[in-house]
Design a binder for this molecule. Sequence first.
Ligand SMILES: *Cc1c(COP(=O)(O)O)cnc(C)c1O
Length: 389
Amino acid sequence: MSEGTEGDGRGISTRAVHTGEPAMEVGAPVVNPIYQTTTFYSDPSGAGEVLYTRYGNNPNHRRVEARLRSIEGADECLVTASGISAMVAALLGCVRAGDHILAARALYGGTQVLLDRELSRLGIESSYVDFSADGWRDAVRENTKVLLAETLSNPLLRFTDPADLAPVAREVGAAVVFDATFTPGTNFRTYERGADLVVHSATKYFGGHSDVTAGVVCGRSDLMRSVADRARIFGAALDPHAAWLLERGIKTLPLRMQRHNENGLAVARWASEQPEIARVHYPGLDTHPDHAAAAERLNGFGGMMSIELRGGDEASDRFVRALRLAKVAPSLGSVETLVSEPRRTSHVALTRDERRAQGIGDGFIRFSLGIEDAADLTADIRRALDAAG
Ligand SMILES: *Cc1c(COP(=O)(O)O)cnc(C)c1O
C-alpha cells in the first residue's frame, strides 16, 4: 500500500519534516517558536477570530495540526492534552444521551472505563463485540451512533480494518471511530481505509520519546467541528510547549517507525525460536491469526510484540526483573524498549481464567520495542530468559 502522498506529491518523510514550517524569510526562525502565551491581542471592535490558548487556536496547535493532518491524510486534525481527552472529544462529538456505542471487546483500559463508568452516567450505553468481522452486523442497534475499535489491539495485536466496519456503520448511520495509537500514518492509512474519526495517543509514537502527553483526533470536517467544540468546552487544550515538543517528535516519526518495524520483525522472529518462549504474538509472523490481512494492508507491523513464557507467571516475574536494557514501565511507542505484564497492569482486574479466556496466557509479557540495536535487545532478552530459569 502507498504510505500516502499529498497534493504536492511529496513523501511522508518530507512532509513530517516540513509541513507547517515557518515561511522562508530572511531573519525568520527555521523552527517554529513556542508561543508560551495564554492570550493574544484582539481587535477592539470585536472583528476576527479571538485567539486564546484554551480554544485550541494557539499557533503551536495550528502548526502541529497541519503536520498531523498531512501524515494521517485526513480533512481536519485536532490536538488535545492527552490520548484519553482526544477519545472523550471524539466520542462526545458523535453521541448524545440515548445513543449507543458498539465497541470491540479488546479496548485500551482507559477507554473501557470511559464507556462503562462515565458515558453510561450520561445515558450513553455501550456494548461489545468479540473479535470477528461478522459480529458487528449482528450486534448493531437502531440507536448505534459509533462503531469503535483499535487498529491493533493490546496486548494480542489483533488487527481490525475500518474497511470491514464502514459498510455496517453506513447502514445505521453510525460513525466509525478508530484508535490507531499502535499504527500511525506511516504504518496504516486508517482514515483512508474508512474511519470517520481517527484517535491517537500522541504520547506514544508521535511524541516518540516518553516526554510529552498529548492526543490527536483526525477525521471528516463535519464531525470534526463537533469534536473541536467538545474539546474546547471541556477544556482539553494542549499546552503550547507540549505542542512544540510534539511537532519536534513528528519530524522523526517516519524514521523511527522504520526502525520500530525492523526491530519488531527481527526480535519477534528471534523470539519464536527460543525454547523458553511458548508463543509470540506479532502480526508480522505467519503464526499470528491476522497475519494475512496485516501483511496486505499495513506498511509495517510496528514495535509492539507480546510473548508467553513456558515457565508461567513465576518465570515472567523473574524474567522482567532480569532485563537490563528493557525497562518495566507502562506506556509504549518510544525510542526506549519498555515491558509490562498485563496481569499487573492493563488486565489486573481480571482473574487468571478470565485472562486465559481472552487469549492472554500465563507468563505473558508485552514489549514495546524501541529503536535500539536489535542484537542488543535479543541479548538482553536471552540473558533474562537464562536468569528466569
Ligand atoms: C495510551 C493509550 C491511550 C491513552 O493515551 P494517554 O495519552 O495516556 O491519555 C489510548 N489508547 C491507546 C491504545 C493507548 O495506548
